[in-house]
Design a protein around this ligand. Structure first.
Ligand code: FNR
Length: 189
């Protein structure tokens, strides 16, 4: 059966390059791997006082994440880290203590930036957070992309064949990792 992966895009901007990348990746995904973007723009600022009375967007966000078999983060770099809105969403999913939606879910990290370092620093910060959240995260291949004019076609696809093939390979590697993880995981009844 299909593997369903939640995709979190770290930019809320309408014309986000990371949003375009996430949509292009969903189209490149191999059979059996379904990438679905989960919104978090409607989450309030995380406040521990509200753990016992989550608003509807918080409940929806956690239900969607809980149903996913893995999580792919597609995020820009803001000031050499991840955007605050993404950290806020991660914090929401991690609480109440002991009820994290993240624990054990295989993660993948991608990003595109206008800068030449292609979100590398943000990705390192994010990997640190994911390690703490107990998310086994694909280490190779790493994906550091620089947005230049013509990176995306007008239809929103990735223009360069070699980049497209590289990202397809990444998706296959990630899918295999999620399957291995599922096979190893003992289902408690
Ligand atoms: C940036 N940008 C940026 N780029 C980068 O490579 N390293 C960085 O540390 C930062 N810092 C940063 C902070 C803030 C607040 C903004 C708004 C932008 C530029 C960033 O790569 C560019 O705006 C991308 O277009 C953002 O990604 P989306 O929104 O296109 O997905």
């Amino acid at each position: 059966s299909d593997i369903r992966i939640a995709v979190l895009v770290g930019s809320l901007r309408n014309d986000s390059f990371n949003g375009q990348l996430a949509r292009a990746m969903a189209k490149l995904a191999p059979d059996g791997l379904v990438l679905e973007q989960v919104r978090f723009d409607d989450l309030p600022h995380y406040n521990q006082d509200d753990d016992g009375r989550p608003t509807e967007p918080v409940r929806r966000f956690k239900t969607q994440l809980a149903a996913a078999q893995g999580v792919v983060f597609v995020t820009p770099e803001y000031n050499r880290s991840i955007p605050g809105v993404l950290k806020n969403a991660i914090d929401h999913g991690s609480r109440p203590y002991g009820q994290s939606v993240w624990a054990g879910k295989p993660a993948g990290v991608l990003g595109i930036s206008v800068g030449a370092m292609g979100t590398s620093m943000a990705q390192q910060h994010l990997r640190n957070i994911l390690a703490y959240l107990d998310m086994p995260t694909l280490g190779q291949p790493e994906v550091y992309l620089q947005q230049k004019h013509g990176f995306f076609t007008d239809a929103g696809d990735i223009a360069a064949d070699d980049t497209k093939q590289f990202l397809q390979k990444w998706l296959e590697t990630y899918a295999a990792r999620v399957r291995e993880h599922n096979d190893r995981t003992i289902v408690k009844t």
